[in-house]
Structures are given as structure tokens and as C-alpha cells.
Design a protein around this ligand. Structure first.
Ligand code: JAH
Length: 295
């Protein structure tokens, strides 16, 4: 997957060199390109913001700068992908090889067939970013993130690119940040770990909280490792039993109980078709307790 990020703080994305995302990049699974928005300004002050029409506090990011930045980033990525795919004239490949020009083989950034990116603008007024959205983005070959600062980007930028490519205004939660960069880090990590070959164990994705299927709208239960007893706290005996069927059932019970305790609003979203007899029994016990405690 190719990811472009245009920001006035490209250095904010240094954490993407670390750990799982760093490895995904080293392996060429995740190809992240960072761009300084101010590179597309034309004034000595490299101005990216201006006062809001209609008045009010704060500043708004200027549309012309974003427009040039997005146009050039897309055009250069497409030109690079065409280069990497090689010449369409038969025989020219040998000429290129003779000149020592790198071809597609061994070219880690050889994105063939890039059309247009999906553009993602983080904003508190956007659609909620969920595991479902992360899975959807993980299927895309190319994402372009446009994190704003100040009070946001002039809305005409989203209108313009909304008619040229797919634009999503997305929120990672109901709070206001100082800018969209931290939200981009969150989204790139949530999407990046879902890319084929990034996680060692594909099963761990299916068992995640919120994963489509059995864990949809459920939180994962508690986890434990050695030692079996620590400061008087014992690992639940069932986990030491080696009874894999019973362990799976206990984990599901705990997921249901934890979801009821911490995110009761999620229970209403459980698919009744996805609940077995024991699931319903656990939920009845939880509701019974809730009903008696309420009086
Ligand atoms: C704040 C531009 N959903 C979290 C979120 C995302 C973006 C922003 N704030 C919160 C934000 C200022 C300027 C974006």
C-alpha cells in the first residue's frame, strides 16, 4: 500500500519508523511518503492560513496551497508508478537495462496500476473511524492523508477533490486535537497492521476486539502470562487446564461480561444470529444482575 501524507509537520510522523510500522515499511508492504505542505506556498512567509470569512476565532487553511500540493503529489506518484511499471514499447526494457536504469524487479516502490488515492481528512466533524473502516482502507492500494492545523481546511478543497476522487472526512473520537496529525498516526497504524504480511499471526486479527465475525461489537477479555501467581493474583485456573474448547468458551463469556460492564451500548448492536445458547445465558445473567441491582 502506498500512503501519502501532506502536513505542515511531516516530522510528526517519525513514530512510523518504529516497531511494526517500521518493519512493514522495511519489507516494502507499507510505502509512506511524507510531504511538507509549505513547499507549495509562493510567499516569503510560506503562509498556509488566513482569517475565516464571516469572522470568528482562529485561522483557516488556504485552499490554493492544498490544491497545488494534492495535485502535484498525485501527479508525481502516478509518474513514478508509470516509470516503475516500465516502458510500454517492447524492447525498450533491454535498452533501459543496458543503461543501468533500475527496472521493476527489486524496485520496492513499484506500484503498478495506481489510479487515484482515497483521500482522508481527519476532523472532529467527520464520520467515525472504526475497525470496519480500517479494514476497508486496508483493501485500498493508495491512501492520501490531509491533516489540518488551525480551524481546518477551507471546505472548497473537500468539495473540489470530492468530485475528482473519494474523499472521507473522518473522526477518530469525540475530542478536539491541535491538528489532524495524531489522528493520521492512529489510522495508519490501525490500517497498517491489517496489511497482509505485517502481523505474524493472521488469527490475532480475527480475535481482535471489534473484528468482524464473532468479535463484532465485543471487547476482548483479560489476558495473562507467567507466572501463574503474582502478588497474590492468580491466573484463572481454566487457562492452565489445556482444555482448548473450554478456554475458548470462557474467553467468550469474559468478552460478553466485559463489554456489558464497560460498553453496554455495544450489546444492542450484537447480531442475534451470531449468539449461541451459552452467549444468551451469559447475557441473561448480566441483565438479571442489572435488573435486581436496580431494584
Ligand atoms: C483539530 C484539524 N477525531 C479527532 C480529531 C481529528 C482532527 C482534529 N481534532 C480531533 C483537528 C484541529 C484541526 C483537525
Amino acid at each position: 500500500m502506498r500512503v501519502d501524507v501532506i502536513s505542515i509537520f511531516p516530522e510528526y510522523f517519525a513514530p512510523l519508523d518504529v516497531s511494526l510500522m517500521g518493519k512493514a515499511r522495511d519489507r516494502g508492504i507499507l510505502d509512506i511518503h511524507l510531504h511538507q505542505l509549505r513547499d507549495w506556498t509562493h510567499d516569503v512567509h510560506r503562509t498556509v492560513d488566513d482569517t475565516p470569512y464571516g469572522g470568528g476565532p482562529g485561522m483557516v487553511m488556504k485552499p490554493e496551497v492544498w490544491g497545488e500540493a494534492i495535485d502535484v503529489v498525485i501527479a508525481e506518484a502516478l509518474a513514478g508508478a508509470a516509470d516503475a511499471a516500465g516502458p510500454s514499447v517492447p524492447g525498450a526494457g533491454e535498452a533501459r537495462a543496458g543503461l543501468g536504469v533500475p527496472g521493476e524487479a527489486g524496485d520496492e516502490a513499484a506500484h503498478e496500476g495506481l489510479l487515484l488515492p482515497r483521500m482522508i481528512v481527519p476532523t472532529p466533524s467527520g464520520r467515525p473511524f472504526t475497525q470496519e473502516v480500517a479494514l476497508e482502507y486496508a483493501k485500498e492500494p493508495w491512501l492520501l492523508f490531509a491533516p489540518a492545523r488551525y480551524e481546518g481546511i477551507d471546505s472548497r478543497v473537500m468539495a473540489e477533490y470530492g468530485s475528482r476522487l473519494r474523499v472521507d472526512e473522518v473522526s477518530i473520537g469525540d475530542y478536539v486535537l491541535a491538528g489532524g496529525e495524531a489522528a493520521v498516526l492512529v489510522m495508519v497504524e490501525a490500517v497498517g497492521r491489517l496489511l497482509p504480511g505485517v502481523l505474524g499471526n493472521a488469527a490475532s486479527v480475527a480475535d481482535d476486539s471489534f473484528a468482524p465475525g464473532a468479535m463484532e461489537n465485543l471487547l476482548e477479555g483479560p489476558v495473562y502470562t507467567k507466572p501463574p501467581s503474582w502478588r497474590g493474583h492468580d491466573v484463572p485456573e481454566i487457562l492452565l487446564s489445556g482444555h482448548h474448547g473450554k478456554i475458548a468458551r470462557w474467553r467468550r463469556d469474559e468478552a460478553l461480561r466485559r463489554t456489558a460492564a464497560k460498553r453496554p451500548e455495544l450489546l444492542a448492536r450484537l447480531d442475534p444470529e451470531g449468539l449461541d445458547k451459552r452467549d444468551r445465558q451469559v447475557l441473561d445473567e448480566i441483565r438479571g444482575r442489572a435488573d435486581t441491582s436496580g431494584g
